[in-house]
Ligand binder design. Structure first.
Ligand code: TYD
Length: 137
């Protein structure tokens, strides 16, 4: 699996509205152990994330509104706009990410393969680059 990837989701659409589901093996590449969502971001300049994870992988979906994500794999930097509930962003472990430019009322839902454990978060960018270097050896 790639370090990061945009996944287009199938929506079940009928006259009642739309439904999207995540299921391991089809559109979700891991067993989900955690789900959280970010909402009511306080102003347009808020940056969330700004960390890498030693074990956690993530699927990010903006289920309402939009936000942008800066992605840094140590080798490659990218920026993606999440503006549809039909698009998920997969982030492998050891990827630096920053979520920003949240629109008013945006709701960012995140699924993960790991329970929350602060000790697997790397919140210092230099430390992240250092650990990536050790993994490459
Ligand atoms: P934080 O990691 O700063 O959020 P972000 O993903 O935007 O970087 O988390 C904010 C607070 O919420 C912090 O006290 C830890 C707590 N938290 C949990 O308890 N469980 C979780 O799954 C997450 C993501 C955060």
């Amino acid at each position: 699996m790639k370090k990061y990837e945009l996944i287009q989701l199938k929506a079940y659409e009928d006259e009642r509205g739309n439904l999207i589901s995540f299921e391991k093996g089809s559109n979700c590449p891991f067993d989900v152990k955690r789900c959280f969502y970010i909402y009511d971001t306080k102003d347009g300049n808020v940056v969330r994330g700004a960390h890498a994870n030693r074990r956690s992988k993530f699927l990010l979906v903006v289920i309402h509104g939009q936000c942008k994500v800066r992605i840094d794999t140590g080798k490659q930097k990218d920026e993606v706009l999440l503006n549809s509930p039909k698009t998920a962003l997969y982030l492998n472990k050891m990827v630096w990410k920053e979520m920003f430019d949240f629109s008013d009322g945006a709701v960012l839902m995140v699924l993960s393969n790991e329970k929350y454990d602060e000790s697997e978060y790397i919140r210092n960018y230099d430390e992240y680059i250092k650990e990536l270097g050790k993994l490459a050896v």
